[in-house]
Every structure is written in C-alpha cells, then in structure tokens.
Design a binder for this molecule. Sequence first.
Ligand code: ADP
Ligand code: MG
Length: 272
Amino acid sequence: STTSSRGYTKIKDIGSGSYGKAILVQDKESKLYVMKIIDMSRMDPKQRKDAINEVRVLSSLKHPYIVSYRESYMSEGRNLAIVMDYADGGDLHQRIQRTRQAGKVFSEERIVRWLTEAALALKYLHDKHVLHRDLKSQNLFLTAQDRLRIGDFGISRVLESTVAFAKTTIGTPYYLSPEICLEKPYTFSSDIWALGCVLYELACLRVPFDATSLQSLVQKITRGPTPVLPNSYSPDLRHLCGDLLHREQTQRPSAQEILQRPLIQYEIRRML
Ligand code: ADP
Ligand code: MG
C-alpha cells in the first residue's frame, strides 16, 4: 500500500463521484477512516463553495448518529481532503437491496430503531439550523453494530437563524418533495419528507415514488395517492409514515414532534 498523506495509508478506493473520490484509509494506530478527496482545480466557484461548505458544516457537528469528522486539509495544492470516521456496516441502501434479494423484510423493531436514530440526528441538525438536503438511504451509513450515522453533507446548508428556509434551490435531490417539485424553497420539513421516504423504503424495500421520467415522477409526488405501509406494520408506524409524507409541508411533524410520538418514546427508553 502507498502512504497517502498526513500519516494516513490508503487501503482501497470506495467510491467516486463528480467531486472526486472517496478512499478507505488507516492511521498509524490502524484505525479506519474515509477520506474524501475533492479536486478543487476543476471546480467552478459554486462547486468550490459546496466543498468548503461540507467541511464547515461537518466540522461543527458532533452527534452519536452523525458521521464524525476528524480533520481536513489541502494536499498537492488543489485537493481538499476530508477525513471522517468509517462506518463499517455499509449503507442503508445496500442493506435494503440485500434484504430484498434474500426475500426478507425488516422487522418493525429494526425499522423503529433506525428511524429513532435518524430522528435524533435530524433534531440535532435542525436545532443547529442545518438542513441536510440530501437524506436518502445511500447517505445513511451503518456501523458494525448496525447503528445509523447520517453522512454526506455535500449540499447541506446552515440557515440564517431567523430565516426558516434555504434561499437557493437544491441540485438533484433523490427524494423530491412536493414543495421542491413546485419550485418552492427547501425547508426543514423537506428533510422530514426525505425521512418519510427512507421509512417507506425500509418497510417496502422500494422507494415510495418511482417513474420512468422526471415529469411523471413530479406528477406522482404532487398529485398521486400518498403511499402507505403494509398492514404487517403497526398502525402507529403507518400513521407516522403518512404524516412524514404529508403533501402539505406545514402538516408534517418536526424532528422534535417525531421524537414525541409514543412509538419513538418507547424506543428511546429502550436505547438508554
Ligand atoms: P457522494 O454521495 O457525493 O459520492 P458520499 O460522502 O456520500 O459522497 O460517499 C462517497 C463514497 O464513500 C460512497 O461510496 C459512500 O458509500 C462512501 N462513504 C462515505 N462516507 C462514508 C462513511 N462514513 N463510512 C463508510 N463509507 C462512506
Ligand atoms: Mg452520498
């Protein structure tokens, strides 16, 4: 293996995107980390701002259910390296696919546990006026013990404390919310919608809205029936999913309100 920089040794590549690549590295104590290497030289000013934004947001966050940031630095003059804790259980998207392929489903207990962890992390973010803006199963990582960690703060935003919505519109959100379809601003409740999409995906092993074109997707999200969870899950969980996927954003519960539901309160007490 080759020594990368700052004493980190590369283990393997784990992903690449428009921003650059992500590699698995270890430090001198053999502890594993993910290093996102972002090539800033080929970026336009907006992308550069996004990259620096991710660092700024990530470095200010410290929560048990959020991927923890270690450090960041410039290397070779043009690369921004962001080092964060490695979640060794893969991501929720992979887990959902494997469960479907095995012909299995997630138990209600399993789903409520992950949902509670995600809601606790989301409350923390929203209390700090941070919008994640790209919540999806691919950005929810798992530890070896199956604890959830919210990651990928690439397009998150820290809002001005008094302004409850983001002025800029989002790039390409995975779970388009009705308000985004209607070109309204992304708000805290748009993250809640995305959480509803994740909940639906965990229970049904497929995304709640699917279409072959963006136009028909937007049609389904803004006018189609609200997707419902199967009867095999409790009325409380099915109601919660319906509330998170409420078309009218003001009707969706806040992260704090999710945490107050008896179903979630029960889980929080079990977690202690
Ligand atoms: P993007 O989605 O823009 O490519 P991400 O940060 O979500 O950026 O992920 C880049 C790659 O690294 C993906 O393959 C992802 O699954 C993986 N990854 C990102 N963060 C972690 C982490 N903390 N633990 C494990 N894998 C991660
Ligand atoms: Mg991602």
